[in-house]
Design a protein around this ligand. Structure first.
Ligand SMILES: Cc1ncc(COP(=O)(O)O)c(C=O)c1O
Length: 396
């Protein structure tokens, strides 16, 4: 049983990359730069360390798994301001749970809402393609059928939910959506989000919206799924949004995020996490609350990403179908053969990138929408990124 599930999961993208580059060495005279991982490298604000040390007595306590009242309040204040929500639309005790990074919660939501069957049929989980691989993991371990919806240049880099077969929607348990999208950087507009909520209500599936890049954007502030729910004047039925400090506050090592949405689903997640979830340590929750209450460091992060994309605009202009993404910090480049490019960039330029193939699944034509692409993460400081992009452009 265990082996069958693992076979279906396959290796995680970074293990596949390790195998691909196995035996290849970067040039001895060039410092290797890792652009494969979306791991923000800007300094988080200094107050993080101060708050953690001020709360050092809490290392000796088991923290509440659902989050401290102070953290949940900070999250609700932030959501209210960020998405212009009416007072009381989101309540700290009913609608929010703290999680140690969104990755685990995005996975656990599969346990929460994929039944053994729907009307006697195998449940389906809809996933944009290419995608964050955790979504597929959640479907596969529950033995649901992952259905990959093209999110390609031809579909505006978002899945087309409106053209789906009603029979498929009838056995759909869970739909993942990511906005801003990883890897493409697309922002779903408010009309798209409203239609997605309406579809989730009509066909009674859970809509899991991964908004962990919501605060990394260029000129257009991404609307959120909570706004779509508020606009259609409904409660948060069937909807969950996932937010993280990893990207917003450049603090991936903090392991801190939250899930917000449908009170029934949030109660279910609380129960699951009470059994099998690790709470965020108390001092980290205190630092997280301080981060959600602070905006200048986030604006500072955005400024740095904009500066790096200005450099990318110059160096990659008219090459590899480069476009400046609306959100997130990835460039999604069509290089013809993503795996071959990743090998060449590593061995000839010391630049580590991930082939788009490892972030995608094959369609019925036997190829995946990521085959021709590489994804590069602009997470390092601007000088290093400028050097990396020049090396990349010279070598491809
Ligand atoms: C699309 C997407 N969702 C979720 C995550 C998980 O982030 P974290 O667990 O740090 O919140 C990532 C991390 O790279 C991501 O790219």
């Amino acid at each position: 049983m265990i082996n069958q599930v693992l076979d279906k999961l396959g290796d995680y993208p970074f293990d596949r990359l390790r195998h691909l580059l196995n035996g290849l060495e970067p040039p001895a005279n060039q410092k290797p730069i890792n652009m494969s991982l979306g791991e923000p490298q800007h300094e988080p604000p200094p107050f993080v360390v101060e708050v953690i040390s001020r709360h050092a007595n809490e290392w000796g306590k088991y923290p509440p798994v659902i989050g401290t009242p102070d953290l949940l309040n900070a999250v609700v204040e932030w959501l209210g301001n960020r998405y212009r929500l009416a007072d009381g639309f989101v309540e700290p005790s009913r609608n929010v749970i703290a999680v140690n990074g969104t990755k685990e919660a995005l996975f656990m939501v599969g346990d929460l809402c994929i039944p053994r069957n729907i009307l006697g049929q195998r449940p389906a989980v809809l996933i944009p393609n290419p995608f964050y691989q955790v979504y597929m993991g959640a479907a596969v371990v529950r033995d649901a059928e992952p259905i990959y919806l093209p999110a390609t240049k031809a579909t505006g880099f978002l899945p087309d939910f409106q053209s789906l077969d009603p029979q498929l929607l009838a056995r759909c348990a869970l739909v993942y959506l990511c906005s801003p999208a990883n890897p493409q950087g697309t922002i779903a507009d408010i009309t798209y989000l409203r239609e997605a909520v309406e579809l989730a209500l009509r066909h009674d599936f859970v809509l899991a919206v991964d908004e962990c890049y919501a605060e990394i954007y260029d000129t257009l502030q991404p609307p959120g799924i909570l706004q779509a729910c508020q606009d259609i004047n409904g409660p948060l039925t069937n909807v969950l949004a996932f937010h993280s400090l990893s990207k917003r506050s450049s603090a991936p090592g903090l392991r801190s995020g939250f899930v917000v949405g449908d009170p029934g689903l949030v109660a279910g997640l609380k129960m699951l996490r009470n059994y099998g979830g690790a709470a965020i340590p108390g001092p980290i929750m205190a630092a997280s609350a301080a981060l959600w209450r602070d905006e200048p460091h986030v604006e500072n992060n955005r400024t740095k990403y904009r500066q790096k994309f200005d450099t990318a605009d110059q160096i990659l202009k008219n090459k590899f179908e480069y476009y400046r993404p609306m959100g997130g910090f990835f460039a999604w480049l069509n290089v013809g053969d993503g795996e071959a490019a990743a090998q060449r960039l590593w061995s000839e330029a010391g630049i580590r990138v991930i082939p788009g193939k490892y972030l995608s699944k094959n369609g019925s034509n036997g190829s995946s929408p990521g085959d021709e692409y590489i994804r590069i993460a602009l997470v390092h400081d601007p000088d290093l990124i400028s050097d990396a992009l020049r090396r990349l452009e010279n070598n491809l």
